[in-house]
Design a protein around this ligand. Structure first.
Ligand SMILES: Nc1ncnc2c1ncn2[C@@H]1O[C@H](COP(=O)(O)OP(=O)(O)O)[C@@H](O)[C@H]1O
Ligand SMILES: CC(=O)OP(=O)(O)O
Ligand SMILES: [Mg+2]
Length: 452
């Protein structure tokens, strides 16, 4: 059980993904004020983790694990019918927290919220009426995300009145992307006026991965060139040059670039006008949690595309399984035409990932210390890592098949699955956006100014 001794200073980190809500609770380690940024040890200790997945494809699945003092975890997983959006998922978590862990909610000093689109916000932002409204105005640019995060923030104001909510932005990491890479080739007066440029997302994940890989390689992050793939329900690639984002595959919104579970990824923009003759109209599918106006085209490309549209499942693990079963049927001469959909979805994903790997390898002038796989798919799909890395053999990357197959059995944040141990490594990194926020929060003196 969590030990609720004396005055704990707790940080709750909430990550509203497109189809999931991941929540971690931490205790600030230092006994006398916030820790120092120069300290390499984590400044926070994990107390519990809760994940609610399948929010957009009910029934949602709820897990809650208390991390006892070094003694392992008590995990619980159950389907919950009452969860239909991020707000009801968070409400379910709070109920559970009250019943299961004897944690005094008033000890939660800060709630860190992952906000996918930060627009011109670059630093973490304490939630006020004004910052809430600014984040709300950006919701149209992240229709699957910002509204969901805001609904959780609202719930915090009511349920955790003693805590301060702080927004952490996915876009901040990509601020250094040079203007010629972030700009679209459109009228620049309009582009500037309306903020039409590449923002990039998954930035909290990339920041965490950069730090974890630099610790693993024992290298200063500012000397590292990496190509990192964050592959989950939403998927993107990032080229990191000397520890800074040089380019990333998502753009003005998280729609473009790679396909996702329900997202098309990049398409010829004219496709919108040919898909049906109604796609430019406003959608009637207005999500209560994500209170934004979107066109029917945006709904189709964000929610009714991706491997879910091709195969019927949003679970990439099931796509890989379907592809293997199809291969077995092909070998037996018994495959049906419909079975080809699994391999089509897999191959489209691989093809689009390779588009970016090739481009980023060239942008980094071939100086790449490591190719890094992360996100739910990157961390778990042996087949995807193998297929991608084999395609990258022409550039000097190679996979150790035994190590690749054994990733799930390995502990640790970074696992080497490559054949090279100097340049061109192939790594898997278990990313943790919640920890990235909690760590930043713990190290930010202005958030602890009343403590000594
Ligand atoms: N064994 C597996 N093989 C391939 N993909 C998997 C496997 N297990 C989970 N996944 C994929 O990982 C996705 C979740 O990734 P994650 O990064 O946690 O999601 P989110 O984008 O919601 O943050 C699931 O939707 C599923 O498609
Ligand atoms: C930006 C994005 O797509 O995030 P997620 O993968 O968590 O949905
Ligand atoms: Mg995610």
């Amino acid at each position: 059980m969590v030990d609720p001794t004396s005055r704990d200073r707790l940080i709750l980190s909430v990550n509203a993904g497109s189809s999931s809500l991941k929540i971690s609770l931490y205790r600030l380690k230092s006994q006398s004020g916030p820790p120092d940024a120069s300290d390499t040890a984590e400044p926070v200790e994990l107390l519990l983790v809760s994940t609610i997945s399948n929010i957009s494809a009910p029934p949602a699945s709820f897990t809650f694990s208390l991390v006892a003092h070094g003694t392992g975890r008590e995990a619980k997983k159950e389907p919950v019918d009452s969860i239909h959006d991020h707000a009801s998922a968070f409400a379910h978590f709070l109920d559970y927290l009250k019943q299961q862990a004897s944690i005094d909610r008033s000890q939660i000093a800060h709630v860190c919220h992952r906000v996918v689109h930060g627009g011109d916000f670059f630093e973490p932002e304490v939630l006020t009426k004004e910052s809430y409204q600014r984040i709300e105005r950006l919701s149209d640019l992240a229709p699957l995300h910002n509204g969901a995060a805001l609904s959780v923030m609202k719930a915090c104001i009511d349920a955790l009145p003693d805590s301060q909510s702080i927004a952490y932005f996915d876009t901040s990491f990509h601020r250094p992307i040079p203007a010629h890479i972030a700009s679209y080739a459109i009228d620049q007066t309009i582009a500037k006026k309306r903020g039409l440029k590449k923002y990039g997302f998954h930035g909290l994940s990339y920041a965490y991965i950069l730090r974890a890989v630099s610790q693993y390689l024992q290298r200063d992050p500012n000397t590292l060139n990496l190509i990192v793939m964050h592959l989950g329900s939403g998927a993107s690639v990032c080229a990191i040059k000397a520890g800074k984002s040089l380019d990333t595959s998502m753009g003005l919104t998280p729609l473009t670039g790679l396909p996702g579970a329900t997202r098309s990824g990049g398409v010829d923009p004219s496709l919108i006008f040919h898909y049906t003759n109604r796609v430019g109209r406003m959608s009637h599918d207005r999500d209560a949690a994500v209170d934004v106006h979107v066109t029917l085209a945006e709904t189709i490309l964000n929610k009714k595309s991706g491997w879910k549209a091709i195969t019927g499942t949003a679970d990439f693990g099931a796509v890989v399984q379907g592809m293997k079963e199809h291969q077995a049927l092909l070998d037996a001469g018994a495959a049906s035409e419909d079975d080809a959909k699994w391999k089509l979805a897999f191959d489209i994903f691989v093809d689009r990932i390779c588009d970016y790997l090739g481009a980023y390898y060239v942008k980094l002038a071939g100086k790449v210390e490591a190719l890094v796989f992360s996100g739910g798919i990157g961390e778990r799909s042996v087949e995807l890592r193998e297929t991608i890395t084999k395609q990258m053999e022409c550039l000097g990357f190679g996979i150790d098949e035994a190590k690749n197959a054994a990733v799930d059995k390995e502990d640790g944040t970074v696992i080497d699955v490559g054949v090279s141990h100097d340049e061109r490594r192939v790594l898997v990194c278990r990313t943790d956006e919640q920890l990235e926020m909690a760590r930043e929060c713990a190290l930010e003196k202005r958030f602890w100014k009343d403590e000594s």
